[in-house]
Design a binder for this molecule. Sequence first.
Ligand code: SF4
Length: 327
Amino acid sequence: MESERPREPLLSVRELRIAFEGVEAVRGLSFDVRPREVLAIVGESGAGKSLTARALLGMLPRGATTSGTIEPDLAAHRGRRISLVPQDALSALSPVHPVGDQLAAAVRSVARVSRKEARDRAVAALDRVGIPDAARKARAYPHEYSGGMRQRAVIAMATINEPDIVVADEPTTALDEEHRDQVLRVLAEQREAVGAALVLVTHDMDVVRDHADRVLVMYAGRLTELGPADEVLGRPRAPYTAGLLASLPQHASPGRRLPALRGTPPAPGALPPGCAFAPRCPLATDTCRTEEPEPQELQGRLVACHHWPELPHPATELFQEEERQPA
Ligand code: SF4
């Protein structure tokens, strides 16, 4: 259970800001990663979730400027204390080396072991993630693997050195539903086996519900809501979280259209004044349109919304009512 885990964070992010040519894409974000937890970072495209994850790894795109702190600096030990499972497995694997050699090289980059020992560990790691006939497959090249197998090989690579934190950036986006579930299961098993925390970037609330201990909901580069996943999903306190949940198919009622968030998130350089979610929020008031809400502590979670007490329960109703009325 989450409450039984040590509370001392593995990593603390404070007031993180990431900008490109002066335009902020992440705007003052603070959160912790706790030992062995699964922290999902969720939000629509452009929320800043992938940039946040990349900042933990010290892998921001060229041209990014940052302020704030990330402590300790695990990025200095990338591959050993923190590792990445990227969206696109092909980009993480070299096309010109057998997969087993690449895993063995990852082992030897952090540990003084013989080539044979590294190769044995590579085969064992491929076997653990369910690659059939791992000893033979270790000698094959990435293009000889299926998409799902490649993603599992990348999970083996990310966990082979038993890091403290694995960052998975939309790890199943390129996969079909069947492979998506398999890969997520393997990822969960492997991070459990090595005792790592997992920072899981996703836009999929189903994935959050099935895999996360805590969830950080981001909108327009800011924290909207952060707390235990079952509580946040069971009773969201921020209208944006409610909107994301309302868009899930299980909230469709017979004869009614699936409620959905209207509109799209603002581009980083074109934020409205006040709360960035105001143009899409059914509860927005003049206060919202002039003052950006700061995250407040609320019964074990953080919520950034001026009107959280007015959110109905179930909050998804808010968006169903909206849907029935003409704009
Ligand atoms: S601050 Fe206002 S606009 Fe923003 S989410 Fe809350 S109610 Fe909606």
